[in-house]
Design a protein around this ligand. Structure first.
Ligand SMILES: [Zn+2]
Length: 144
């Protein structure tokens, strides 16, 4: 029997069961038919948050705002990390201005902020941007 994982869809947040060996093949969501798992960051909506932190793959959230210079500088690094970690960790961007309620709930004090979720729980948080090698090394401490 093939080992499979529960993965929330990047678009509609419905939970999909995906065989472990298909994670990097752009598997389609059973509900919305979009690619459930991307090799690029997706936009996290506060209405989908509860579902997006579920499942068997960790979720790394970049909390940002359009007026924040360091956030914009960090964006290409975050995109590279998403490609690097494809199939191992899901990466999402949370626009703190469009999602003020969730940002408050997460206690965001400064941006950019990185928050790592595993099995529905926050396991780590980093304030400020990191260069790609440091970002990957930071995640490695949490078995990613
Ligand atoms: Zn979907």
């Amino acid at each position: 029997m093939t080992n499979s994982l529960i993965v929330p869809c990047a678009h509609c947040a419905s939970l999909n069961r995906i065989p472990a060996d298909r994670l990097r093949d752009a598997p389609h969501c059973g509900r919305c038919k979009s690619s459930a798992l991307l090799n690029a960051p997706f936009d996290l909506q506060q209405s989908q948050f509860a579902n997006q932190i579920k499942g068997n793959l960790p979720l790394l959230v970049d909390v940002w705002a359009s007026w924040c210079g360091p956030c914009r500088t960090f964006a290409p690094t975050f995109t590279q990390a998403a490609a690097e970690l494809h199939g191992r960790c899901r990466l999402a961007k949370l626009d703190s201005e469009a999602n003020t309620q969730l940002s408050a709930q997460l206690g965001i004090r400064s941006i950019p902020s990185l928050i790592l979720f595993k099995n529905g729980q926050e396991v780590a948080r980093q304030s400020g941007a990191l260069p790609l090698p440091q970002l990957l090394a930071w995640l490695k401490q949490y078995s990613i």
